[in-house]
Unconditional design. Structure first.
Length: 252
């Protein structure tokens, strides 16, 4: 039986009077890659941000429904926002390395959490960079400025920085949209390995990428969830004609 990690239950969301999501209900299985795909403006990134509660500081917004992680409502007053964001790391389309070295970037979160033991920090550094498929490329340059590396390396560094705090969930918003095909392939290969330990939600930069990596998929259109199911089902035998049309390039 597949374990549900995240449950979205009848979620609607408005900002500045505009409805971005309409009655969304879906389940995200644990230790898998789930893709939210569809045309721009469909609500994919909005839902991703709601799972990380990045909307918390925005004004003129309203949400109905609930989002549960491991059965807990993440919008409950008792939920710690810093702890939620540690558990659900987010990586954006534009890689944003912090000022400083590769080592300082990866270890920013653990250091902030008060970890001072050098051996433990070295272990976290190694594990995170290996998991992000970056160790072999940077192991001799750990104290070099992170800003001096390629876009693909910087993006994998941002993934490593998220992994360093040992999250349960990785939220990836078009993380390869600005990368070349070789760097994109490396990130996608990393996802195939990371899903053995983490629950991953990806907003892909193309239908082709969605089809390559999706264990499960959800198709969004104009704030509505049109269809959800296994990646194989949605990309080869969609039930809804709108999904079929989008996947085959008839619109979008």
């Amino acid at each position: 039986m597949v374990e549900t990690k995240i449950r979205v239950d009848h979620v609607s969301y408005w900002y500045s009077g505009n409805q971005a999501l309409s009655d969304i209900s879906l389940e995200v299985p644990a230790r898998s890659v789930t893709v939210f795909f569809g045309p721009a403006g469909g609500g994919k990134t909005t839902l991703l941000r709601l799972i990380n509660r990045l909307n918390a500081q925005l004004e003129n917004t309203r949400m109905e429904g609930s989002i549960l992680v491991d059965g807990e409502d993440i919008y409950a007053p008792t939920v710690s926002l810093p702890e939620l964001r540690r558990r659900a790391g987010m990586v954006f389309a534009l890689p944003l390395p912090l000022p400083g070295t590769i080592r300082q970037n990866v270890l920013y979160g653990p250091s902030l959490a008060g970890i001072r033991d050098r051996a433990r920090l070295d272990g976290i550094l190694y594990r995170s960079l290996v998991q992000a498929a970056l160790w072999d490329e940077v192991k001799d340059r750990l104290d070099s400025p992170a800003s001096g590396f390629s876009g693909g390396q910087q993006q994998r560094l941002c993934i490593a920085r998220s992994l360093a705090v040992e999250p349960d969930i990785l939220l990836l918003d078009e993380p390869t949209s600005g990368l070349d095909p070789i760097s994109t392939a490396k990130v996608e290969q990393s996802l195939m390995e990371l899903k053995e330990q983490y629950t991953i939600i990806l907003v892909p930069h193309s239908v082709q990428q969605a089809a390559r990596v999706a264990d499960y998929a959800a198709f969004f259109l104009m704030g509505e969830l049109v269809e959800q199911g296994s990646g194989e089902a949605l990309f080869t035998r969609a039930r809804d004609q709108r999904t079929e049309d989008y996947v085959t390039g008839r619109f979008g």
